[in-house]
Design a protein around this ligand. Structure first.
Ligand code: ARG
Length: 567
């Protein structure tokens, strides 16, 4: 798209009194493809050119008309609407996708690093569906940024320190009926749930939990041992889920990692003159920003979530020298991020604007037979297993999978289930709340991950069935139908879509693009035969189909969704 925009800008700029760059940036996509592929609004020129916008558009039209890739130019009110020729679009985009393959839309290394803090569950309890959004949004952002030439550092800021450990330790000492080696995460959850129930209104139990946590902080050997085991069994479970989701972190530096840095952080804040005492506690006053103070150290010397986050942020800046640090965390923590970002800015003004809270809305499973509830926690693993089971049923009912080879179906069900759950999340604007419904998310014809995966697999199957090499090039004038043109215009827009998604930190742009492309391909394929058309047309359509397959595969990959070859 950029190529066409630049060429149009080059001929128009001298007559519009704008730089080529400004002109190219002003070119829009008309709301309706019937109006054209690009539109130049002339309102803003009326003043400088002292003419009615409509007259300006009329004056500019002949200059664009002469361009060889332009099929039609129309003046519509203040707009100059330009229709690109299908042939020109094809010869621009199809060889490019063929050449770049899965690197289409990517950019060379920029030498800029971005730290992405995501997933970051509180452990000693099982991985719950609540942390799915952070995991998936964070992973998709990492993939987008990598595609665009950023170096990413994925960090899992595990909640591996805090009073929840005190509760589980106290509970384990009271009721534990298993040797430590046989403890797993669900066993810990039972203890956690029981403790919470019984501790309600029981001051002694609450005090016991605090005491165990104090022991842990004081370096008591038994507390330390319990903590290590509880942390390890929780991590084991989390790692299993990450492996299933295809998510990897460079660092598992959780809250406990910062234990021996906290006093330095506090000293640093003190030195910068930022700490003030308030009711015995140390705080950073944020009155000037109309925010409550950021609590750094309680009167009993205990540190807080914010203290650890400050230490972590300082550590990240010093260790990775990132251009930005993204925190993919739910919207309820908004105030926490506002507060400690301000404290960081006060510590070093050069850090202003480098920290970003990538917030997201609430996530819940649709009520009914799909929800698996144990002690009010929805286990991530149960949810995935349920999805795989449903995927299998749906594939069987629809008699899909005829194309599968022996032993592939289990893998494909897993891939489809992941496609459903990940796409079901990422296709929503992250700031909105999501109600996840397996049945809807697994609909092969709906606005779903499996629909996109299926379209991609169907293209792979067409190419396999043809048994033909996809030709290097073809007679692009054969791609002349509106359906083909619509597909190619979308292919042209893929790079800018990925850029926009990364700029807004919204994978939903890419997810919705993938749906549009899959739908556009479906409309084309329903009307126009590929393998059965005569050779010149067939070759061009094979190239077109292969290009769609490539771009859908990239889009799925950027979203963290597996790409089955057959379904
Ligand atoms: N463990 C926290 C939670 O589950 C999220 C941590 C997010 N990352 C951070 N640096 N605060 O609520």
């Amino acid at each position: 798209m950029q190529t066409f925009k630049r060429k149009i800008a080059a001929v128009l700029a001298p007559h519009a009194g704008l730089t080529e760059e400004k002109l190219a940036a002003a070119l829009e996509t008309p709301p309706d493809a019937a109006m054209g592929d690009l539109a130049f609004p002339c309102f803003a020129l009326a003043k400088t050119l002292r003419k009615a916008p409509q007259a300006i558009a009329a004056d500019l039209a002949p200059h664009v008309r002469g361009l060889d890739f332009v099929e039609e130019v129309q003046v519509a009110g203040a707009y100059l609407n330009v229709r690109l020729s299908a042939r020109a679009v094809a010869s621009e985009v199809l060889p490019r996708i063929r050449k770049d393959g899965i690197a289409y839309g990517s950019q060379p290394a920029r030498g800029e690093r971005v730290v992405v803090d995501y997933s970051s569950p509180n452990i000693a309890k099982p991985f719950s569906i609540g942390h799915l959004r952070s995991t998936m949004i964070g992973h998709a952002l990492v993939e987008h940024l990598k595609h665009l030439g950023y170096e990413t550092v994925g960090v899992n800021h595990l909640g591996d320190w805090g009073t929840q450990f005190g509760m589980v330790m106290a509970g384990f000492k009271l009721w534990g009926d298993r040797p430590l080696e046989q403890v797993d995460v669900r066993y810990l959850l039972d203890i956690y749930v029981r403790f919470n129930k019984e501790a309600k209104g029981d001051k002694a139990l609450e005090e016991l939990a605090r005491e165990w946590f104090r022991k842990l902080e004081g370096g008591d050997a038994e507390a330390r041992k319990l903590w290590e085991v509880f942390r390890e069994v929780s991590l084991e479970e989390a790692r299993r889920i990450y492996a299933r989701l295809g998510v990897e972190f460079q660092h598992y530096t959780g809250e406990s990692f910062y234990n021996d840095r906290l006093s330095d952080t506090i000293a640093r804040l003190k030195q910068a003159g930022l700490l003030v005492e308030s009711q015995g506690a140390q705080v950073v006053d944020l009155e000037a920003h109309k925010l409550p103070p950021c609590l750094i150290q309680k009167s009993d010397g205990a540190t807080l979530y914010a203290t650890r986050d400050l230490s972590a942020a300082i550590y990240r800046m010093e260790t990775f020298q990132p251009a930005r640090v993204l925190y993919v965390v739910g919207a309820p923590q908004k105030l926490h991020f506002q507060q400690f970002f301000l404290v960081l800015e006060k510590l070093d003004p050069a850090w202003a604007g480098k920290f970003v809270h990538v917030d997201f809305g609430h996530y819940r499973l649709a009520e009914g037979k799909m929800a698996t509830r144990t002690g009010n926690v929805v286990f991530m693993e149960d949810v995935l297993d349920r999805g795989v089971e449903m995927a299998r049923q749906i594939m069987e009912q629809a008699q899909r999978g005829g194309d599968l080879e022996e032993g592939q179906d289990a893998q494909v069900c897993e891939q489809v289930a992941l496609g459903a759950i990940v796409f079901g999340d990422l296709s929503n604007d992250r700031v909105k709340d999501v109600v996840f419904d397996w049945e809807k998310a697994l609909d092969f014809k709906g606005d779903t991950g499996p629909y996109v995966q299926y379209t991609r697999a169907r293209i792979a199957s067409i190419l396999r069935k043809g048994g033909l090499e996809v030709p290097e090039s073809a007679d692009w004038s054969q791609l002349s139908t509106p359906e083909e043109k619509a597909v190619m215009m979308l292919l042209l827009k893929f790079p800018q879509t990925v850029e926009a998604a990364a700029a807004a930190l919204k994978p939903s742009f890419t997810a919705n693009y993938a749906l549009d492309l899959a739908r556009a391909f479906g409309r084309f394929y329903n009307l126009h035969p590929v393998l059965k058309s005569e050779p010149a047309v067939r070759d061009a359509r094979l190239c077109l189909s292969a290009a769609v397959g490539t771009v859908l595969a990239i889009a799925l990959h950027l979203l963290g969704i597996p790409v089955p070859e057959r379904m």
